[in-house]
Design a protein around this ligand. Structure first.
Ligand SMILES: Cc1cc2nc3c(=O)[nH]c(=O)nc-3n(C[C@H](O)[C@H](O)[C@H](O)COP(=O)(O)O)c2cc1C
Length: 264
């Protein structure tokens, strides 16, 4: 039984979830969706079991994921599922993702939600538990998901927050989502005087959207909002709008070097 895991990650949570599910299978291949997109080749997905793992942004699949699915061709797949992770407000993300797949005549067999530490300051400030509690619960759920998938068991698409989640997605989150679709949310990033010109931001950006890191980093409006440049900034010099610059997050098992290797 061969598992293909397609992931998108900014701060490592999705990568760890993907790796942990992969570890439950004898044959699992981890594939970065951002890498595929940057290769400028036809993307074809086929296989025995295919899984997508990505974070929730603005109570929806990230705009990048929509673009990825629209550009992908699908072959024969016997079982397809998705795992979305995030700080707690998922709404109907998995249903929206399924609608994207249906435009390609593909349908999810199952879809799961996993709570993880929020990597956006606003999301993080609303979370009551510390990161360790999320990691412990995620490990338990990951094992349960792997068992269901091994049995190729069809399941429902999980959701939360009901109608309220949908309303938040279409009101408070509508403007940032539109900016995100236009790849312009990087206007919120700026650099303070602490920058040590280490070049991490330029190397880590999965979209090659950052230049001039040897002097003063510049973003070129091809941003997919993963926030890796902000969180992995070695001098905490990259700032996000007016948010507290002391808040930084990355999954402890995913260093900047790991991410540069995985995403490139
Ligand atoms: C631009 C942006 C928007 C986000 N929106 C949501 C959201 O609507 N709901 C939520 O629960 N978490 C939200 N988050 C938090 C991430 O989904 C969460 O931290 C996720 O685990 C990050 O995964 P990664 O480490 O693989 O990038 C958002 C994060 C970012 C950067």
């Amino acid at each position: 039984m061969k598992l293909k895991l397609y992931y998108f990650t900014g701060t490592g949570n999705s990568l760890v979830v993907a790796r942990n599910i992969g570890n439950e299978f004898a044959h699992a291949e981890l594939i970065s969706m951002t890498n595929l997109m940057c290769m400028d080749k036809e993307i074809v997905i086929a296989g025995d079991i295919v899984r997508f793992v990505f974070p929730v942004y603005f109570a929806r699949p990230p705009a990048f994921i929509k673009e990825f699915i629209q550009q992908t061709n699908f072959g024969d797949i016997s079982y397809i599922f998705a795992v979305v992770n995030g700080g707690g407000l998922f709404g109907r993300t998995l249903h929206l993702f399924n609608e994207l797949l249906q435009q390609k005549d593909i349908r999810l067999d199952a879809g799961f939600l996993i709570g993880m530490p929020g990597n956006h300051p606003k999301v993080a400030s609303m979370q009551r538990k510390g990161p360790e509690a999320y990691y412990a619960a995620a490990a338990v759920k990951t094992k349960a998901i792997a068992q269901l998938v091994k049995a190729k068991q069809p399941g429902k698409l999980e959701s939360n927050w009901g109608l309220l989640g949908h309303v938040i997605a279409l009101t408070a989150f509508q403007k940032p989502y539109q900016l995100s679709k236009a790849k312009k949310l990087d206007s919120a990033y700026w650099v303070n005087d602490n920058c040590v010109q280490c070049g991490n931001c330029e190397r880590i950006c999965p979209m090659q959207n950052i230049t001039d890191s040897q002097t003063k980093p510049r973003w070129h409006h091809n941003c997919i909002n993963c926030a890796a440049c902000y969180h992995y900034c070695s001098a905490k010099a990259i700032c996000l709008d007016k948010e507290d610059p002391s808040f930084r997050y990355n999954h402890p098992d995913v260093t900047a070097t790991d991410l540069i290797i995985y995403n490139n």
